[in-house]
Ligand binder design. Structure first.
Ligand code: 13P
Length: 257
């Protein structure tokens, strides 16, 4: 089963207009007309439009970092799937651990957002991952299983293959600590087994599972070389064009093998 590696940059709340436009411009130039792996960038919501304009004609795709799961209406401050597709988004990150921790986002809310994303023709990137305490208490698999089951609770089989999952151990995010390729692969493998149970082995074999958590140029090759790691969701290193390009190159090299 070949899954096209998928590298996405999550810029979080880390750019201004100038830096967003500059970074997107550098990446458009760097990636050129095509890359073997799929590439997306997820700027802050207010800069999506400006970046979208720059991506015209580039294979780099656009993603948002969140959405509100409702049609147009009285939802002050929120942005829905239709608005995101309207300005050129193809992906939306859902249930990032920062939103789970800071905004109290639950699996049930992620499940609702996932339905809204799919209904609005966005590809959801659903984030799951354990905290350090949970890992130390040997709860990693149970925590991740509950998150996957809860977040994908309303997902029907027909649409499951198109969803992307990002396994991001919370203790590895922004800390410089990375899961070893073996640690990450072990969780990815158990997620895929779980997906096979929830859907079918064929569908599980098509779902891409990204790793996220201090992915850098110097660890990308080893992580992406694991059989069940199908790409990366990159935070800090996606803010430097050279580093992000090096991670894309690592994924392209994996495609070539
Ligand atoms: P870092 O790559 O900065 O650890 O962030 C990972 C992440 O949270 C991506 O969503």
């Amino acid at each position: 089963m070949t899954r096209r590696p998928f590298i996405a940059g999550n810029w979080k709340m880390n750019t201004r207009r100038d830096s967003a436009v500059e970074l997107a411009g550098q990446l458009v130039k760097g990636v050129g007309e095509r890359s073997a792996c799929e590439v997306a960038i997820c700027p802050p919501t207010v800069y999506l439009s400006a970046v979208s304009d720059l991506l015209a004609g580039s294979p780099i795709e656009l993603g948002a970092q969140n959405l509100y799961p409702a049609a147009d209406g009285a939802y002050t401050g929120e942005v829905n799937a239709a608005m995101l597709t309207d300005i050129g988004c193809r992906f939306v990150i859902l249930g990032h651990s920062e939103r789970r921790q800071l905004m109290g986002e639950t699996d049930a809310e992620v499940a609702t957002k996932l339905q809204a994303a799919l209904a609005g023709n966005l590809v959801p990137i659903v984030c799951v991952g354990e905290t350090l305490e949970q890992r130390q208490a040997e709860q990693t698999e149970a925590v991740v299983e509950a998150q996957v089951r809860g977040s994908l609770a309303e997902l029907d089989e027909a649409r499951a293959a198109g969803v992307v999952i990002a396994y991001e151990p919370v203790w590895a995010i922004g800390t410089g600590l990375t899961a070893t390729p073996e640690q990450a692969e072990s969780v990815h493998r158990s997620i895929r087994q779980l997906l096979a149970e929830m859907f079918t082995p064929e569908i599980a074999g098509q779902i891409r599972i990204q790793y996220g958590g201090s992915v850098k140029p110097d660890n990308a090759v080893d992580l992406l070389g694991q059989p069940n790691i199908d790409g990366a969701l990159v935070g800090g290193a996606s803010l430097k064009a050279a580093d992000f390009m090096a991670i894309i190159a690592a994924a392209d090299a994996v495609c070539a093998t």
